[in-house]
Write a protein that binds this ligand. Structure first.
Ligand SMILES: Cc1cc2nc3c(=O)[nH]c(=O)nc-3n(C[C@H](O)[C@H](O)[C@H](O)COP(=O)(O)OP(=O)(O)OC[C@H]3O[C@@H](n4cnc5c(N)ncnc54)[C@H](O)[C@@H]3O)c2cc1C
Length: 376
């Protein structure tokens, strides 16, 4: 064994790190009272969509997202080789505009994306409906074939089992504090060679350097299922802004559909508001009218770990703790590149492209990226 590694938090980030590190021969101990199901990863939509999410001024997020998306096929293949399917779909993403203002926004996005050489095709409403016949009366659309999606819950179950199979030990207790070489729970303090902090929106509570950098951003999300006689869910992820309100529909292969998501600051509250459900349903019905006949099977809310610039915090903090947090709307997308970055730091190797702008100490460095938070 090369070294003892502690991972604090077992959402998609902690589990990806634990699995990769255990596979590479590290002795891994993971602390989490509710592994896999305790955070935003379980709640999320599962889009792996750096291009459809891109916006002028957020190039660092785009670069990192694309770097991770390139790593996704190998990441999924390695899980598959171990006998675990994570439900990675290669069906692309479409973005739909329903009124003049939405269509104008889409034009800006399309011009920006083609200007920076990304694959995105602007089409008429009629052409978009040919791709996805169940759509409502859409004005125009954008085809983004490279942006895909994953079944987040299947992925989490797979990562948990795969990490266990590779020898990772799971401790079902929260960390109350940590340092670069120790983790303390109510049962006592254990020593490690390295400690990774991946507690999502809770990371700021565990480390003073992240206390103001990482803040919880609540998101409500729905799960519905097609009933007998209704149209099946769309084949692609469908994103739209309906009267200024963003909504997305992500299909699952069991005829269910994930509809997300609201975004607002509410501290650590994860209660689902009736208003959030109503807004999402109204917008989803406009995008894909058959949703009105679907069965509503779940309403949930989760906490994104927000950062100021939509870029995560990756790398060593001053006391040596490795931060792997602040993934905001993109933790599923960024899991492969984050896990590879952790492995690279541990081995003293160069971290993947794109991670330098995500340095965990950038808030205190002169190179701070100041792109501002965009609500979507
Ligand atoms: C509604 C919604 C939709 C989203 N949709 C997408 C999407 O489509 N695509 C995408 O890429 N991203 C999406 N995201 C963002 C994504 O879910 C997050 O970026 C990602 O889940 C972050 O993963 P994580 O492992 O860092 O944190 P989490 O999944 O939040 O996991 C943190 C873990 O830490 C544990 N923990 C907390 N405190 C402690 C402690 N003291 N000790 C030990 N463990 C602790 C928790 O139990 C939890 O298991 C969405 C988020 C939300 C809320």
């Amino acid at each position: 064994m090369k070294a003892d590694l502690a991972v604090v938090g077992a959402g998609v980030i902690g589990l990806a790190v634990a699995w990769k590190a255990a596979s590479a021969g590290y002795r891994v101990t993971v602390f989490d009272p509710v592994p896999a199901r305790g955070g935003a990863s379980w709640v999320a939509g599962g889009m792996l969509a750096p291009v459809a999410e891109a916006w002028p001024g957020e190039e660092a997020a785009l670069e990192l997202g694309e770097e991770s998306l390139r790593r996704w096929p190998d990441f999924a293949a390695a899980l598959r080789e171990q006998g675990f399917d994570c439900g990675l779909s290669t069906n692309g993403t479409i973005v739909a505009a329903f009124d003049h203002a939405d269509a104008d926004q889409l034009d800006i996005l399309a011009r920006y994306l083609t200007g920076i050489g990304r694959r995105a095709t602007l089409v008429t409403g009629r052409e978009l409906r040919r791709t996805e016949p169940g759509l409502g009366s859409v004005r125009s659309g954008l085809l983004v074939p490279g942006d895909v999606f994953v079944d987040n819950r299947r992925l989490l179950r797979s990562l948990l089992s795969a990490a266990r199979e590779r020898g990772a030990e799971f401790v079902a207790e929260p960390a109350v504090s940590l340092t670069g070489d120790s983790v303390t729970t109510e049962s006592g303090t254990r020593r490690f060679d390295a400690v990774v902090l991946s507690a999502g929106a809770h990371s700021g509570r565990l480390h003073p350097e992240l206390a103001t950098a990482v803040r919880p951003l609540k998101g409500e999300i729905l799960r519905l299922r097609a009933r007998r006689g209704t149209l099946p869910p769309p084949r692609h992820t469908v994103r739209a802004v309906v009267e200024g309100r963003p909504v997305y529909l992500v299909p699952r292969d069991d005829s269910s559909l994930v509809v997300g998501a609201t975004q607002y600051e509410a501290g650590f509250d994860t209660g689902v508001r009736a208003r959030g459900v109503r807004e999402l349903l109204e917008a989803a019905e406009r995008v894909f009218p058959s949703v009105a006949e679907y069965e509503l099977i779940e309403t949930t809310a989760g906490l994104r770990a927000g950062s100021d610039d939509n870029v995560p915090y990756l790398g060593p903090l001053r006391d040596g703790v490795y931060a792997a947090t602040g993934h905001h709307r993109n933790g599923l997308l960024l899991a492969p590149v984050t896990a590879d970055a952790v492995l690279a730091w541990l081995a003293g190797e160069a971290a993947p492209n794109g991670t330098e702008k995500a340095r965990a100490d950038r808030n205190t460095s002169e190179e701070r990226v100041d792109a501002g938070v965009r609500q979507r």
